[in-house]
Design a protein around this ligand. Structure first.
Ligand code: ZN
Length: 364
């Protein structure tokens, strides 16, 4: 597998070299997903060579799988779950848990502090955070018109944004960050149809928000597995070039009367038929499907040009940056953020790649 470097090296004006036009990530919210269904989802996607980005909860006492219960007792599958977090199968922290699925427990700063300590103790690094739920999920981070989010209000007992930033969250999805019409985005300085945008929160922090594509399918509510097929067809039929992060809840099924049930059998929902469409498109080279973390880092590395080149007669030295200023935020870059995929080069010169003074890091 070749890496980003060859693309950076050969890059002219286009973000992607043809035939590649799009990078897609399916960002899947965890609520109502049973652990066995979660594992089946990971495996089913893998069977089609499609990474699935799932979110995870720290707390739940209900059907939704989580790392531990409200008394911080680890669930029996804890060690399997942390492996999947480390492998970026679960790359999104979904607001710690949900009031409705937890017998009415509210998630306070005190509880969040304890949860983050466990994540840190287990060296679990997650860069992406998404809001969840309804009026009782007060730990959420506010958007432009916050209704039930108190996570960025300093005087609230639900305040936790400072803890999330300290923990290492770089990207936030607040409730305003969905799009029903335009599935493909780029990074834009005027922030129109932009994949990411800066936001000043109520505690004075600068955060980066990212957009997810929801779409207006079926009951016109947050999408669940029953409209995944329609949603994917809509995304792949759009011919724009850019990035799509798709908002889904594949572990649950919304009925016509708007009630939501946990999925008990993946076979009933056209899932494999939908994955076949994606697999075919990916094989054709038109799009690539990756994790949400990789997609966001790729977009940033390309847009902010996180490298310097020194060209010599027979060779080129490539110096990769270890941090980048993204609007008002600084993001640290790891060697692994540059690793990736594809792109053939016709350049005849040899190249040396440097990261933090280390020469010829493993690029292939
Ligand atoms: Zn949710």
């Amino acid at each position: 597998m070749l890496s980003y470097f060859l693309q950076l090296f050969n890059r002219k004006d286009s973000l992607f070299l043809p035939p590649l036009k799009k990078m897609i990530s399916i960002n899947n919210d965890v609520e109502l997903t049973r652990w066995n269904i979660q594992l089946e989802l990971v495996q089913t996607f893998k069977n089609y060579n499609i990474p699935l980005s799932s979110s995870y909860w720290c707390f739940s006492n209900g059907v939704t799988w989580s790392l531990f219960d409200y008394n911080l007792k680890k669930k029996k599958y804890f060690s399997d779950a942390i492996k999947l977090i480390n492998d970026e199968n679960f790359d999104t922290l979904h607001s710690f848990g949900g009031y409705d699925e937890s017998n009415g427990k509210k998630i306070t700063r005190t509880l969040i502090k304890k949860a983050l300590k466990i994540l840190n103790d287990n060296k679990l690094k997650t860069k992406i955070y998404t809001n969840h739920g309804g009026s009782n999920d007060k730990q959420n981070i506010g958007g432009d018109i916050p209704v039930y989010q108190m996570g960025d209000m300093k005087n609230s007992k639900y305040y936790n944004l400072d803890l999330l930033l300290e923990y290492g969250i770089n990207f936030f999805w607040t409730d305003d960050d969905y799009d029903n019409i335009l599935p493909v985005k780029k990074i834009n300085q005027d922030f129109s149809n932009s994949l990411i945008k800066p936001h000043l929160t109520r505690d004075g922090s600068n955060i980066l928000r990212f957009s997810r594509f929801r779409g207006n399918f079926g009951t016109k509510k947050a999408p669940t597995i029953n409209n995944f097929h329609e949603q994917i067809k809509y995304v792949v039929s759009n011919t724009d070039s850019g990035f799509s992060i798709i908002y889904q809840h594949l572990g649950c099924n919304r009925l016509q009367d708007n009630s939501i049930l946990p999925v008990s059998n993946l076979k009933n929902h056209n899932l494999e038929k939908t994955l076949m469409i994606l697999e075919k498109k990916q094989k054709s080279g038109e799009l690539i499907i990756t994790t949400t973390q990789k997609l966001l880092m790729y977009a940033i590395i390309n847009y902010f040009k996180c490298w310097n080149l020194s060209e010599f007669k027979d060779s080129i030295d490539i110096f990769l940056h270890d941090k980048v200023k993204v609007f008002n935020n600084q993001i640290n870059l790891n060697e692994s953020d540059y690793r990736g995929w594809f792109i053939k080069t016709k350049k005849e010169k040899s190249y040396n790649v440097f990261f933090k003074k280390k020469k010829n890091i493993n690029t292939i």
